[in-house]
Write a protein that binds this ligand. Structure first.
Ligand SMILES: [Mn+2]
Length: 298
């Protein structure tokens, strides 16, 4: 029998802000302001929910949310001088939420925050973990004197050290990177779909390939670095990397993967570089898409 990734639908979603940007050692800091900006944008979407129902125009249907709990649990407590203490606080909170049956929806923060969140999923469940990483960059740096071990360039490398993280799939990666990462990608058996692959093959085929690849995995964690989008769509991010995904392709792939995901984060939104809230509003839309399509796939 063909194995499929576990779908767990409790209808319980916890929104968690993680306003940490001390890991933004190479890119532009400022993602600490993202949880507030994204929550402000999310209000515009939630305003359309009436009597626990919302008209999903893109799928031409009314989605019934009467069985859905979206609980905003506030922000992770930040200890600015102490990465370890901050990450451990986040790890404990998110682990508890997962054990209580929530699907965590985490608003970063720079990309370093994904590591304690992935570890929280890893340690809350038995079984293998697959990570789907939407990103312009690889985030596979091991340790450097300048960035240390827990920056926004290292969270995927750290996650790969967890015992049951068995597969990483990167979508939207592009540009140029350090030559040794060519070997890392092979060493860690990372599957990559560059932004140009997405453009050539289309969102639908990419989604099918990802799900097929994760057939033997028990739990999926989706991490979405907003710089996966082309900077023209998302100017308020931690780093500019030309040639990114379009918003339409990203939305379609996310909607197709969301039903099989067990935790989600959206990171690197940087309100200090945003223009008119464009990037925050896209992040809020992606966050709501994740919840709607996780609960009620098309
Ligand atoms: Mn990243």
């Amino acid at each position: 029998m063909k194995r499929v990734i576990k779908r767990i639908v409790s209808g319980k979603y916890a929104i968690i802000g993680f306003p940490w940007d001390m890991g933004a050692s190479l890119g532009r800091p400022g993602a600490r302001y993202a949880p507030k900006a994204i929550r402000d944008s999310l209000k515009w979407i939630l305003n359309r929910v009436k009597d626990n129902k919302v008209f999903d125009i893109e799928s031409n249907r009314v989605v019934d949310l009467s069985q859905v709990i979206i609980k905003d649990v506030g922000d992770i407590e930040i200890f600015a001088h102490d990465t370890f203490k901050t990450f451990n606080t986040a790890y404990m909170s998110i682990k508890n939420l997962i054990i209580e049956g929530f699907n965590p929806v985490i608003i970063g923060g720079d990309h370093s925050i994904s590591y304690p969140c992935i570890k929280a999923l890893h340690d809350s469940v038995e079984g293998t973990i697959g990570i789907v990483q939407f990103d312009a960059h690889l985030d596979l740096v091991d340790e450097t004197p300048f960035q240390g071990k827990f920056s926004h360039s290292s969270e995927i490398r750290r996650a790969l050290e967890l015992e049951r993280v068995k597969r990483v799939i990167q979508i939207g990666v592009r540009g140029y990177n350090y030559p040794f990462h060519y070997d890392d990608v092979r060493k860690f058996n990372i599957m990559q779909f560059s932004s140009y692959d997405v453009r050539k093959l289309g969102a639908s085929i990419i989604s099918e390939k990802v799900l097929k690849e994760l057939n033997n995995i028990d739990y999926m964690y989706i991490t979405l670095d907003i710089d996966v989008l082309d900077p023209s769509f998302a100017p308020g991010c931690g780093a500019n990397e030309p040639g990114g995904l379009t918003i339409w392709d990203l939305i379609e792939i996310l909607k197709k993967l969301a039903p099989y995901s067990h935790a989600f984060d959206i990171v690197e939104v940087n309100p200090l570089f945003d223009t008119g809230g464009i990037t925050s509003s896209i992040a809020a839309k992606l966050l709501f898409d994740y919840i709607i399509y996780h609960f009620n796939p098309i």
